[in-house]
Design a protein around this ligand. Structure first.
Ligand SMILES: Cc1ncc(COP(=O)(O)O)c(C=O)c1O
Length: 471
């Protein structure tokens, strides 16, 4: 239906153009019921904690306990009442920051309402005029938004996860070739001078491909820039977004506090951003940083200053979840610490077992993406060459005569009770469209096998259609 307003008509035509390119984003709701059960292979709730009755009970106990102590001031539960700088601050928030800094081995911590806000705050605020930001080409949109609004003199991408060698781009746009981190840093030295302050922006686990950053190599290259042998920082500073590693990766037998913690590289990072909306099963984020940087953010970070502070309910959920992950912080409802640690380890063992199972089966069923599209539709598994999976995020590509098939495969699986999502341009580059499959602690082996059978059935159906169309 045509709007009578010219401006609304204009917006409508923009949306129509987007729809004609199959790029229209739409909100959907999916309801699981006993008659039509849905298996989650899509959300970032990797440990299935957001629906875990143990977390739910621990959260309620923590909330009740917090309300009855003097740790909150004043006693608002569902809303904080204002920005942290006005009425939204509480002893509870400060105690949580203190504990998060301690368990993550950071000098200071600052809470944010979301990971998006945290990244926008970090990247708009921290680079000063004349500074340079060097970022992995696959860095998250929130980092891009922060960088764009920053005062940095220049922003340079480097080829995804490529530390030293020249990276040859795959996909449609084969002529574009990005340089490695080492090459980009050399270029910065030539163009801006060797004492130029550089911020290197990476993620620990990349959300679309599920691959892990070569953190130790990145740290070595950063130190090489100034012939350093020790982990003193500057003028090249590392900023790590741990969104998809928080609660998933960690030191052996320790709580899963992220990749930096797993590799004991805390002192090599200027800033770490941990988000709580994924494996932690809650919401919000924390920026881990030096004390002076925390104070700087409190003074200059607009997403912090001009936004209502997270409410007690959100903070209690984070405390309860971290306690269940085996991090050593106090939490009402958890009395048996060793039993909690065993439970956390069991959760991770199950997640790893499911992840390995899916990886092994995908390798057996589907080949590696080839250089040119096959003549009949074919499912390809990007990480087929790896002996072990990098994370519980899997990229399943649909190669064939047409490249709009990721949506069709996702829709086919969804209609059969398996929630997977197609990730298409502009979220991923053209030619890199895929179905993103996330495996969770709560997925059963039967569910995984069901999803794989569904994918195989779709592939056979497509091939049969393609062949009969050619006859
Ligand atoms: C790598 C990365 N960083 C940051 C964010 C933003 O976090 P939040 O969802 O808490 O805003 C996301 C969310 O998708 C992400 O994938």
């Amino acid at each position: 239906m045509q709007n009578s307003d010219k401006f609304l008509n204009h917006l409508e035509s923009i949306l129509a153009t987007r729809a004609s390119k199959s790029q229209l984003r739409k909100l959907t709701t999916l309801d699981s019921s006993p008659a039509h059960p849905l298996a989650d292979f899509s959300s970032n709730d990797y440990l299935s904690l957001a629906s875990d009755p143990v977390l739910h009970a621990t959260f309620l106990a923590e909330l009740a306990s917090a309300k009855s102590t003097t740790l909150i001031s004043p006693t608002r539960t569902t809303g904080s009442g204002g920005s942290r700088l006005l009425d939204g601050n509480s002893r509870y928030a400060e105690a949580l920051e203190h504990d998060l800094a301690r368990v993550h081995g950071a000098p200071a911590a600052l809470l944010f309402g979301s990971g998006y806000d945290a990244n926008v705050a970090v990247y708009t605020c921290i680079p000063q005029p004349g500074d340079v930001v060097v970022y992995d080409e696959y860095i998250h949109a929130s980092v891009h938004d922060g960088m764009r609004a920053s005062r940095a003199a220049k922003l340079y991408p480097f080829a995804h996860n490529c530390v030293k060698d020249v990276h040859v781009k795959r996909g449609k746009n084969k002529t574009r070739q990005l340089e490695s981190l080492e090459q980009v840093l050399k270029k910065v030295d030539e163009l801006h001078g060797p004492s130029t302050r550089v911020f290197v922006a990476i993620e620990s686990v990349y959300s679309m491909d599920g691959d892990v950053a070569p953190l130790a190599d990145i740290v070595s290259i950063i130190f090489e820039r100034h012939n350093r042998s020790s982990y003193t920082m500057g003028p090249t500073y590392l900023i790590v977004d741990e969104a998809h590693a928080t609660g998933v990766l960690g030191a052996p037998k320790g709580p899963a506090l992220g990749l930096v913690n797993a590799e004991s590289l805390e002192s090599a990072c200027l800033v770490r951003v941990h988000t709580f909306g994924k494996a932690v099963g809650a919401a919000g984020a924390v920026v881990l940083c030096p004390r002076v940087l925390r104070e700087y953010l409190v003074n200059y970070a607009r997403p912090f200053i001009y936004s209502t502070a997270p409410p007690l309910a959100a903070l209690a959920a984070v405390r309860a979840s971290y306690a269940l992950l085996g991090a050593s912080l106090q939490c009402a409802g958890i009395t048996n610490l060793s039993a909690t640690a065993v439970l956390a380890a069991t959760r991770h063992d199950t997640l790893w077992a499911r992840t390995t199972h899916l990886h092994t089966r995908l390798r057996a069923l589907f080949p590696e993406p080839g250089p040119s599209p096959p003549s009949v539709p074919r499912i390809e598994y990007a990480a087929v060459g790896s002996d072990i999976p990098a994370s519980s995020i899997f990229a399943v590509r649909c190669a064939g005569p047409a490249d709009t098939r990721a949506r069709a495969l996702a829709a086919y699986c969804q209609a059969r009770g398996f929630i997977v999502r197609a990730i298409v341009y502009p979220t991923v580059p053209r030619g890199m469209e895929r179905v993103r499959v996330c495996v969770h602690e709560g997925n059963s082996v039967e569910e995984i096998e069901g999803l794989l059978a569904c994918m195989c059935a779709w592939q056979e159906l497509q091939s049969a259609r393609e062949i009969s169309a050619k006859l």
